[in-house]
Design a protein around this ligand. Structure first.
Ligand SMILES: *Cc1c(COP(=O)(O)O)cnc(C)c1O
Length: 429
């Protein structure tokens, strides 16, 4: 595959942009490669500046669900442009968006729009602290909630349950208010709550983990979390930035019967434009300025283009209810890829749910951080590169979800399974 023009651009970008990229995971560094440059996308495919075609399983990290450059969505955006790109004033579509979101999520009574998932989680945490008057937050190892200071925190060493910064520039004094627990291990949450009894403002969780690869919650775990929150006056924040309108209409909380105090949304709800949202119980949300004492704001919040694009997508998802189809397609892929791996004697497992999945090079089930972290990265690197040669783009890191869109039809699935068949035979265990 010729990638000359991409290589030229990357070299130039390397000089001008830190690491050549505007978000670290785009760098292909963790798979020992360099990125291709996308000229355009259509349906399930990306086309790079050298004329190569890639079947896309990154789908803008889950933001795309209809497929790239959807005709209906494009018409909608073109019409929106005619009316202006930003007002910094109220407009009717933001009311409609709030109505759609509160209609889809029974736990959300009021919602506020922001411009990214990071802003949504950052604001939800501030609100939880403001509302409860407590400082501590609990997050889970391997969950990603954007790059706000309180959330870019990893587990402290040894027996310490409080966190340490996961990035230079984050204050230790702040990071120590973030406690890091283990997903699917209720005891780890219990012991943090026991040791820091009255100081936990909230637990923030991806109810279905997408950022360590897909890891499903055990029922007892997720129900236990909900119960602990209720008993202790700890707010439960579901980060559904990925899962929100992907796993079903109404998100993971609908599937697992959760009733969080706050929910964060992003990605899909902007139809590929920058957006985020957080919402929840009325009495909590009413603590936000201008009503209350928790400040939060944004020049481009509720941007009319992003909202109009998002509305188009959400209305489509509501009316067409394509979730069964998306689930069947992922199941079909899962079956075919697992068979191919087994024929090549490759240790491989796949975790999946509607419209998202992750294959781990692992002989054992993957159901928590440890088991995911122990999957084989060297094999993934071989897989990633060989699949890219076959014209199939998976995430350039082993710990990510693969996403399908409504444009991933039978041809695309068959093509993927066929490529896996070929690539698994080439991989050297
Ligand atoms: C992507 C993501 C975020 C951050 O959203 P951005 O729009 O990238 O800031 C937060 N939480 C989860 C679960 C995500 O996957």
């Amino acid at each position: 595959m010729n990638r000359k023009e991409s290589e030229r651009l990357y070299e130039k970008a390397w000089d001008l942009i830190p690491g050549g990229v505007n978000s670290p995971v785009r760098a292909f560094m963790s798979v020992g490669d360099t990125p291709f440059y996308v000229k355009r996308g259509k349906g399930a495919y990306l086309y790079d500046v050298d004329g190569n075609e890639y079947l896309d399983y990154v789908a803008s990290w889950g933001a795309i669900i209809l497929g790239h450059a959807d005709d209906g969505l494009n018409q909608e955006v073109a019409a929106a442009l005619e009316d202006g790109t930003s007002f910094g004033a109220c407009h009717p579509l933001e009311v409609e968006m709030a109505e759609i979101i509160t209609g889809a999520f029974s736990s959300i009574e009021k919602v506020r729009l922001v411009s990214s998932g990071t802003e949504a989680t950052m604001s939800a945490i501030r609100l939880a602290r403001g509302f409860t008057g407590k400082s501590g937050i609990i997050k889970f190892r391997g969950c990603y909630h954007g790059h706000a200071d309180s959330l870019l925190v990893k587990a402290g060493s040894g027996l310490a349950t409080f966190g340490t910064p996961d990035s230079a520039g984050i204050l230790i004094d702040l990071a120590r208010h973030t406690y890091v627990a283990d997903f699917n291990h209720l005891d780890s949450v219990r012991s943090i709550i026991r040791d820091h009894n009255n100081d936990i403002a909230c637990i923030i969780i991806e109810p279905i983990m997408g950022n360590m690869g897909v890891i499903l919650p055990e029922k007892a775990f997720i129900e236990g979390i909900q119960e602990m929150c209720r008993d202790r006056e700890i707010l439960l924040i579901c980060d559904e930035v990925i899962t929100g309108f992907r796993v079903t209409y109404g998100g993971a909380q609908h599937l697992y019967n959760l009733n969080p105090d706050l929910t964060c949304l992003g990605k899909i709800i902007g139809g590929g434009f920058p957006i985020g949202a957080f919402g929840g119980k009325r009495e909590i949300m009413e603590r936000l300025a201008p009503l209350g004492d928790v400040y939060q704001a944004g020049t481009l919040s509720g941007n009319p283009i992003a909202v109009r694009a998002g509305l188009y997508v959400l209305k489509y998802l509501k009316e067409a209810a394509p979730y069964r189809l998306l689930r069947e397609r992922v199941e079909f892929l899962r079956g075919g890829i697992l068979e191919a791996a087994s024929r090549a004697s490759i240790p491989f497992v796949i975790n999946s749910i509607t419209a998202m999945f992750t294959g781990f090079f692992s002989p054992d089930e993957v159901n928590d951080y440890e088991t995911a972290a122990h999957s084989n990265r060297v094999l993934y690197e071989q897989f990633f590169k060989a699949m890219l040669e076959e014209g199939i783009f998976f995430a350039p890191s082993p710990f990510e979800a693969a996403f399908i869109t409504l444009s991933h039809g039978e041809n695309e699935l068959a093509k993927t399974i066929e490529a896996c068949e070929k690539v698994f035979r080439k991989i050297k265990v």
